[in-house]
Design a protein around this ligand. Structure first.
Ligand code: FRU
Length: 494
């Protein structure tokens, strides 16, 4: 990297900023923006045996702006080390932003593919706005943009597709070459995912449209990923402008799993079902990688475009979910917090067969940086609630309605002073476990300003951020009837 370059300047600003931010203001085991604004995870990959994660990044303020690629790495998905910002929008083909993309290790190099945004006014006064796919290569710290960029332009698009909405390439390698999927908007104005192939990472050939919204699942399809899971193939996409459908999809930006089968010989994907990837208030643009031991791990941006808010006292804005392992069981995707988290469990507190008939506090069950597991084993009630991040002034609420088999997350009283969406519901009920009989399993991962709720060992998940003052650390269990619960709590300390 050249001294005095734009990237060099950003790196200096970034370093100074990070050193001034108190670790106390950050989540402990979730990646948060080093300084300024962060959105989508990018380039989630393994390079030289370490996990690398890049992200959409605007280090100069707490709001979205010209996109850079921030960078960090980890050995276990839990402890993250910040690395210097990897890319700045400093070339003619990406001056409008280095948008989302992915990474792969190839011939000892770390290869990034990303969307360059061309955004300029031409001499005749017309506005040239296009999105193109670009490449950069590096050594895990410094990256050099390919001189032949862009590597894919709108010329390759199927007829009628938008050159303005053409972004977020996700790359992978197969025996016969490199492949990538990229988000696009078809001639009908709705989202589609395109498949490309290359021998050398420089020339790419368009192969097929893998799937399309056709007006049913939102407009632009952002941040696609495509991978085998069990005996299926999953297309993961983040559609914009969806309309709510029951409690399966909410209005606006969603992230969805499209289950299907892929016939590689003709590059065709046949869709079977489509479900939400997360039912909370804050989850978007997830991306996956495969570990050396074969696990498919997904990470998402724990934020929503429409209900973004933050405390003015923080100098950073944006965090990621804890990476989750995806497993296909009985034809459904289950999500498990990465098992590496268990290495950081401390101070176990456990209750078995506890009868709850009114609001109770259980000794030793409190905190804001915890892994809390609550199994409900008897259901003689309509409602069962867990109030957490609780004190006299504030609380977060997780409420289960047994009649409707519906779980609600509610941040109305978490301390917000803006009129943002506060409540979201999902349909889920008890499962039958051999030993326990009927059981509803709730697992809450709290990390200062966020909660991820895994239900029934990851059958469904809801992720939500809240900016409640840290002194609100109480937990109360409550019901309008009688519930029996088992509780297991660990602090998480790294
Ligand atoms: C998704 C997204 C991507 C784009 C990036 C820009 O959140 O809109 O489609 O590449 O964010 O920051």
């Amino acid at each position: 990297m050249e001294k005095g370059s734009q990237l060099d300047k950003v790196r200096k600003i970034e370093q100074k900023g990070i050193s001034e931010i108190s670790m106390e203001s950050r989540p402990v085991y979730h990646l948060s923006s080093p300084i300024g604004w962060m959105n989508d995870p990018n380039g989630f990959s393994i390079y030289r045996n370490e996990y690398h994660l890049f992200f959409q990044y605007h280090p100069f303020s707490n709001v979205w702006g010209p996109m850079h690629w921030g960078h960090c790495k980890s050995r276990d998905f839990v402890r993250w080390e910040y690395l210097p910002v990897a890319m700045a929008p400093d070339e003619s083909y990406d001056a409008g932003g280095c948008y989302s993309g992915s990474a792969i290790e190839a011939d000892g190099e770390h290869v990034l593919v990303y969307t360059g945004v061309i955004d300029r006014y031409l001499e005749d006064g017309s506005h040239d706005y296009r999105q193109v796919q670009c490449m950069a290569k590096g050594n895990g710290i410094d990256y050099c943009k390919y001189e032949g960029n862009p590597v894919i332009t709108g010329l390759s698009l199927p007829k009628g597709s938008s050159v303005e909405d053409f972004r977020d390439p996700k790359i992978w390698k197969e025996e016969d070459g490199y492949y990538l999927v990229v988000g696009s908007r078809a001639g009908d104005g709705y989202g589609q995912v395109l498949l490309y192939r290359s021998d050398n990472l420089e020339q790419w050939e368009f192969l097929d449209v893998l799937d399309q919204s056709r007006g049913k699942y939102g407009r632009m399809w952002e941040c696609p990923d495509f991978f085998p899971l069990g005996d299926k193939h999953i297309l993961l996409v983040s559609p914009q402008n969806m309309r709510a459908r029951g409690y399966e999809f909410h209005n606006g930006n969603n992230s969805v799993f499209i289950y299907g089968h892929y016939d590689k010989s003709i590059h065709q994907f046949e869709r079977e079902t489509i479900t939400s990837a997360d039912y909370g208030l804050d989850f978007y643009a997830p991306q996956t990688l495969q570990t050396a031991d074969g696990r498919r791990i997904m990470i998402g941006w724990m934020q929503s475009w429409d209900a973004k808010f933050m405390k003015d006292f923080l100098d950073w804005s944006g965090m990621m979910t804890l990476p989750r392992e995806l497993v296909l069981k009985n034809g459904k995707i289950y999500q498990h917090p990465v098992r590496e988290l268990e290495n950081y469990h401390k101070n176990k507190v456990e209750y078995t067969g506890k009868e709850i008939t009114e609001a109770v506090v259980l000794d030793g069950i409190k905190g804001r940086i915890i892994d809390l597991q609550v199994d409900i084993t008897q259901f003689d009630f309509h409602h069962f609630a867990i109030h957490f991040a609780h004190n006299d002034e504030y609380e977060m609420l997780l409420q289960y309605n047994h009649m409707r088999k519906c779980l609600t997350i509610d941040r109305t009283h978490s301390g917000l002073i803006r009129d943002v969406v506060c409540r979201r519901k999902m349909m889920v009920g008890p499962t039958v476990s051999g030993i326990q009989g009927e059981v509803l399993k709730l697992r809450l991962l709290l990390d200062r300003y966020s909660v991820e709720v895994f239900v029934n060992e990851g059958e469904k998940v809801m992720s939500t951020v809240f900016h409640t003052p840290m002194e609100a650390d109480g937990i109360i269990f409550d019901t309008d009837g009688t519930a029996f619960i088992n509780v297991l709590k660990y602090d998480i300390s790294i």
